[in-house]
Design a binder for this molecule. Structure first.
Ligand code: NAD
Length: 244
């Protein structure tokens, strides 16, 4: 039996994880942690922690996992460069799956985005659009950032130098190297992402739409089952799905 602790248990994703975990034989949720609860007091009970709390909580969750030699699945997004640096320090001690999106469909979109960018070449303008529910705290979404990073990687560019977050005013003509990233917020949208490749005379659009959080929850639970058998290191969902 694989024993799991969920952090951020009272949240939208936490609730989806608890409901989906109940349907998986061989997996048991041994503690549900939210604000005010002590992970330190309970971490000894589990094999793996699944963290969908908040970006500012993940650094401490990762430190506790490393101290107690517990595997860690990270679902939170919106980390600062400092958070990212500190979280990554733990990869020498424990196995970590860190993914901006745990759905099989989005990981297929990551693969397709790389392929399309390679095939279409530098003449196509690149733009990423995402839409999420009105309560989402960070922007752009972690998934939109991952898509833009794939595009920048294929073009051999640094994303922070070419990312163009929205446009307003007299911004001038579009430069060939920029990668537009646009965040839309409203209603109860679980997560939509579109990558646009636009040239004169034609345009390709790749779109994924999530309609249930269960797709992320089941992906994260699958990652947890895979992760407990791995050596220390930093993995992503492409590793879990065998897409590399
Ligand atoms: P939410 O606000 O509904 O839930 C977050 C929960 O975490 C809340 O119950 C909050 O009280 C709790 N929390 C906050 N700080 C905490 C702490 N220090 N310790 C323990 N619990 C704490 O948010 P959500 O929609 O469930 O999303 C949670 C995170 O997961 C966000 O960062 C979101 O972007 C991310 N997310 C990732 C994926 C993915 O596939 N990787 C998918 C959906 C959401």
């Amino acid at each position: 039996m694989i024993k799991v602790i969920i952090t951020g248990a009272k949240g939208r994703m936490g609730q989806a994880l608890i409901a989906c975990a109940e349907k998986i034989p061989g997996l048991e949720v041994v503690a549900e942690i939210d604000k005010g609860d002590s992970l330190a007091a309970l971490i000894g009970k589990c094999d793996v922690v699944i963290d969908f709390s908040a970006r500012e909580a993940t650094v401490e969750v990762a430190r506790l996992c490393a101290e107690n030699k517990k595997a860690l699945v990270i679902g939170t997004t919106g980390h600062t460069d400092t958070d990212t640096f500190e979280i990554k320090q733990n990869q020498t001690k424990i196995p970590i799956v860190w993914a901006s999106n745990f759905s099989t469909g989005v990981n297929t979109l990551f693969w397709l985005t790389r392929k399309a960018a390679e095939i279409l070449g530098p003449d196509f303008d690149l733009e990423v659009i995402e839409m999420h529910h009105r309560l989402k705290k960070d922007a752009p979404s972690g998934t939109a950032k991952s898509l833009a990073e794939i595009l920048a990687d294929v073009r051999k560019l640094h994303l922070n130098e070419v990312a163009r977050h929205g446009r307003a005013g007299i911004v001038g003509e579009r430069t060939p190297s920029e990668i537009g990233i646009h965040s839309i917020r409203g209603g109860d949208v679980v997560g939509d992402h579109t990558v646009i490749f636009a040239n004169t005379g034609e345009r390709v659009e790749l779109t994924h739409k999530a309609s249930s959080r269960d797709t992320f929850a089941n992906g994260a639970l699958r990652a947890a089952q895979w992760l407990v058998k791995q050596k220390p290191g930093l993995y992503d969902m492409q590793d879990v799905l065998g897409l590399k």
